[in-house]
Structure formats: structure tokens, C-alpha cells
Design a protein around this ligand. Structure first.
Ligand code: S3P
Length: 163
């Protein structure tokens, strides 16, 4: 089986859905953010603060390209579609599922979050970013699943029904 790559905005449920999928399929799950922090022995917040977003994006591309392309569920960072080379790589190497999530749901889920530098950057229009990325997620995905009001298990079953 080709690996399943979950893409979507921050707060779209990629981590929970990846775990639900891995439980059902009894296969490994990895998270590109977690792997990046382990590999570079630092936190995402520190990378943004000390080296900036461009360096983070370089690290993220390198981690993505090392992901197993078979028998694995891969949860990706919300900005994975910011680089065209990542989009090309995903299209060529995985089954890509976009967890399409409405702005209201995202705001509710991330209200208290302090760990995501982009979410916590007051100078950025996150709703506009969602609109821009939505087009890129759709261009990259083999399958689009609407997630508003659904549990991770419901979303996982839906994905497996269409893949
Ligand atoms: C980012 C999303 C985060 C993380 C980093 C940048 C983004 O991942 O990769 O903070 O640009 O949207 P999640 O989507 O898992 O929050």
C-alpha cells in the first residue's frame, strides 16, 4: 500500500485522524513536525524564532522527502504546500488526503494554542492564509474529506471508504 499523507490547515485534525487510521490499519504513523523536532533537536517555535520561516521550510522539505512511501500514515505540517517541490513530491509519492476544515472549526480548536508560530503571529491574516492554502491543498490531494462536526474515527472510515 502507498503511504497515506494527510494534509490540511493547522487545527484540521491531521494528528488525531492519522492515529485513528493507523489503529484501524495496524500500520505505523509518523508526524513530520515531530520528526523534524527530533532530527534537528529543537522545537518548531525555536526554529522560527532563531532561524526564521525559510529555514523551517527547508528542514520540512528534507523531512518530507525522507518519509516512507509505503505502508505508513504520515501527518504533515499545515504549511507543507507552501513549496511547489513538496506538492510535486506528494503527488508523485503518496495517496494524499486533504482534511478540509472550515474557519470556525479551526478557530474553536486553536483558540488556546500557543505552540504554533504562524497561528500566534498577530501580523498574519490566518483566514486569508487558509483561503490561499485551500487551493494548494485541493491541487495536491487525491481525496478531499470534509471534517467539520466529525470525529477522527468517522473521518478515518470515510477516508478508507474512498481510497
Ligand atoms: C505550520 C503548521 C504546523 C507546523 C508549523 C508551521 C503552518 O503544523 O508545521 O508551526 O505553516 O501552517 P500543524 O499543521 O500540525 O499545526
Amino acid at each position: 500500500m502507498k503511504s497515506i499523507f494527510l494534509i490540511g490547515f493547522m487545527g484540521s485534525g491531521k494528528t488525531s485522524v492519522s492515529k485513528a487510521l493507523a489503529n484501524i490499519l495496524h500500520i505505523n504513523v509518523i508526524d513530520t513536525d515531530e520528526l523534524l523536532e527530533k532530527t534537528y533537536e529543537t522545537t518548531i517555535s525555536d526554529i522560527f524564532a532563531e532561524k526564521g520561516e525559510d529555514v523551517f521550510r527547508k528542514y520540512e522539505t528534507s523531512i518530507l522527502k525522507q518519509a516512507p512511501t509505503a505502508n505508513t500514515i504520515v501527518s504533515t505540517g499545515g504549511g507543507i504546500v507552501e513549496r511547489e517541490e513538496n506538492i510535486d513530491w506528494l503527488i508523485n509519492n503518496g495517496s494524499v488526503v486533504y482534511l478540509e476544515t472550515g474557519w470556525e472549526t479551526i478557530v474553536t480548536r486553536l483558540k488556546e494554542d500557543t505552540t504554533r508560530p504562524i497561528w500566534n503571529n498577530a501580523g498574519r491574516d490566518k483566514q486569508k492564509l487558509l483561503e490561499e492554502r485551500d487551493l494548494k491543498y485541493k491541487r495536491t490531494a487525491d481525496v478531499i474529506v470534509q471534517t467539520d462536526g466529525k470525529s477522527p474515527d468517522m473521518i478515518a472510515s470515510e477516508i478508507l471508504g474512498v481510497l
